[in-house]
Design a protein. Structure first.
Lengths: 442, 173
């Protein structure tokens, strides 16, 4: 039996990793030996961890996704995906099953908040130019942005397929409107709608399709993209802010004198760039991932879980009347994150002489499609210098930040109008105006 | 040697190609299975009841998503499906009936139609007046069933806005 000294490289003194490391060595070991910590680097750039740089929105989104998976699991056992029984099963979850209402609220509120945090995360990444590549090798930050856009779309589609499942009035009319938007695409639209709803009428084939998408296909896709997203963050050298620090360092220091020193000392035979690494240049800004990163991540994740758990005891999830194909609610409103779209499809029907473009197509397909394309290709349109990355609202990007913010504001404004200013028959009312008495049934 | 390599390369490519083709075919088959070959739709020709059972003015039939209008012994039917995104429009009685040219004839309009989803407005003859609706509401063909004299609508047969069905009520009433 050979007894290797416990201090030898690659040999772990402890069988289990330490979450309270007493040395750099132990901190590094913890990252290497713990599967869960594998997505963290051993060392991180301290400014990247600032609360006010990233607001940890990505981590919070991931925490919400975790909550959605966890709360979705019991719901999977309780929910019945049949048009006859779906509504009753959700009603049971809400009113009969112990803690059912709370679990459903955790699931619903997490979903709502996730839409918000994923969107805000995207806004943060844009305003800090974090999709821009720095000096690191093999960086593909623009592709991680594209992955992010895809994940935002998946988040929205997951929400859409999720709120259909109770098969209440909201669900039924959302499917009607949503699939009719697809149907408005010239030539192929009706075929696409048939594929979506599994026939020409909204019925059992529709529900089972959206159910399988919601519990299997979309979460699997989101999970895969999430893993890829995190892997890319590591490959790209952490947050864009780390690039920025390296870039600024490069400017302030004099590489000439430096390489001379090394040559004189005979430390390196090559040129200066081979030994230029942020770890060497700024050791003061590098901290151990454990505990500096893990502690903050724990605060973000546990904080999210705590807030959601408490919030869910206070806010109950609504359940409208059972789906009734005979009566459209008045007003029939989508959830808040789709109200800007509902507002756009309302306002974009264009009549040119006898020729009419349906707002369903223009506002429901073309405009959102253009927005997504614009978001996707923006990193390639962005010609600002690399120094504009990793900093909030740099001057060199002020114009494109302004354009982006205006687009965001339009979306937010339309959302607010849709939420607070639309009443029966989608008429405009100020929030303080009362709606006229209109019978809820004809 | 070169020949050998060529053969190996070729076989390797053939193997990979066959694998990819096999997977693609299976994926295509799986996806194709999701394209519906049949849709179990409700019948499009529906008996609505005896003409004499309809009140003068408008009657809404939620099951068929249809408004049936009666003016004496003259009937016509307008769809309640909004042409924008398919919600069911609601009828609102006008305080003052209007007279308008509908399909070249003067007609008395007693209602207007409003959509709760996106606010489209239609006149009493189904014409799209304002809001996002791109087209007027559909008019459907009405006839009297030869067997029991019930009013029959054909939801698959759109007609022009000059369509009127005159029923001789005296026989059946």
């Amino acid at each position: 039996m050979s007894t290797a000294p416990s201090s030898a490289p690659g040999v772990h003194a402890k069988k289990l990793w330490s979450y309270r490391p007493r040395s750099d060595r132990e901190a590094g070991d913890a990252v290497v030996s713990n599967f869960l910590l594998h997505w963290f680097p051993a060392k991180v750039f301290k400014p990247s961890l600032d609360w006010t740089y990233s607001f940890w929105l990505g981590t919070i989104s991931a925490a919400l996704l975790l909550l959605l998976v966890l709360s979705g699991l019991p719901l999977l056992f309780l929910y019945i995906p049949s048009v006859e029984r779906a509504y009753a099963s959700v009603k049971d979850i809400e009113y009969v099953i112990t803690f059912g209402s709370w679990i459903r609220s955790v699931h619903r509120l997490s979903a709502h908040l996730m839409v918000a945090t994923v969107f805000l995360h995207l806004v943060r990444v844009f305003l800090t130019g974090a999709y821009k590549n720095g000096t690191g090798r093999g960086q593909r930050r623009e592709w991680n942005w594209v992955l992010g856009v895809a994940m935002l779309l998946l988040t929205l589609f997951l929400s859409f397929t999720g709120y259909l499942l109770p098969w209440d009035q909201l669900a039924y009319w959302a499917v009607t409107v949503g699939t009719n938007i697809a149907s408005s695409i010239p030539l192929v639209g009706p075929r696409i709608r048939e594929l979506m709803i599994g026939g020409r009428t909204i019925d059992q084939p529709t529900l089972i399709r959206f159910y399988v998408l919601h519990i299997l296909v979309l979460p699997a896709a989101l999970g895969a993209l999430f893993a890829y997203h995190m892997w890319r963050v590591r490959k790209d050298g952490g947050l864009a802010r780390a690039d920025r620090e390296a870039l600024l360092k490069e400017k302030t220091e004099e590489p000439k004198a430096r390489s001379k020193t090394y040559t004189l000392l005979g430390v390196a035979r090559g040129t200066a760039p081979t030994i230029r690494a942020t770890t060497l240049e700024a050791p003061d800004l590098q901290v151990n991932a454990i505990p500096d990163l893990t502690r903050r991540a724990a605060v973000a994740v546990l904080g999210t879980i705590a807030v959601l758990s408490i919030l869910s005891t206070l806010v109950r999830s609504p359940l409208e009347e059972a789906a009734n194909p005979l009566i459209t609610p008045n007003p029939a409103k989508a959830p808040w994150y789709f109200l800007w779209l509902q507002e756009i499809v309302t306002d974009t029907t264009v009549h040119i002489g006898s020729f009419t473009v349906n707002g369903a197509f223009l506002g429901g397909v073309v405009l959102p499609g253009l927005l997504v394309v614009l978001l996707t290709v923006w990193p390639w349109l962005d010609k600002s210098p690399a120094s504009a990355a990793g900093i909030w609202l740099p001057r060199t990007r002020s114009r494109q930040n302004a354009v982006f913010l205006v687009l965001c504001l339009v979306v937010v404004l339309f959302t607010i109008i849709g939420t607070f200013c639309r009443g029966p028959y989608w008429h405009f009312y100020w929030p303080w105006q009362s709606w006229p008495e209109i019978p809820s049934r004809i | 040697m070169t020949d050998d390599n060529n053969r190996r390369d070729f076989l390797m490519r053939l193997g990979i190609g066959a694998g990819v083709a096999g997977l693609a075919a299976q994926a295509a088959a799986s996806l194709r299975s999701l394209v519906p070959n049949v849709s179990y739709d409700a019948p499009t020709t529906v008996k609505l009841g005896l003409p004499s059972e309809f009140p003068d003015g408008l009657k809404f039939l939620p099951d068929q998503r249809l408004f049936v209008f009666r003016e004496g012994d003259v009937f016509h039917a307008i769809s309640s499906v909004c042409t924008h995104l398919g919600c069911t429009v609601r009828a609102e009685a006008l305080s003052q009936p209007e007279t308008a040219q509908v399909g070249g004839k003067a007609a008395r309009l007693t209602h207007r139609f409003l959509c709760p989803c996106h606010g489209s407005k239609y006149s009493g003859d189904g014409g799209n007046v304002s809001g996002p609706a791109p087209r007027p509401l559909s008019w459907f063909h009405l006839e009297v069933a030869p067997d029991d004299g019930q009013l029959v609508v054909d939801l698959a047969r759109e007609v022009g806005r000059d369509f009127r069905l005159t029923v001789s009520l005296g026989e059946r009433a």
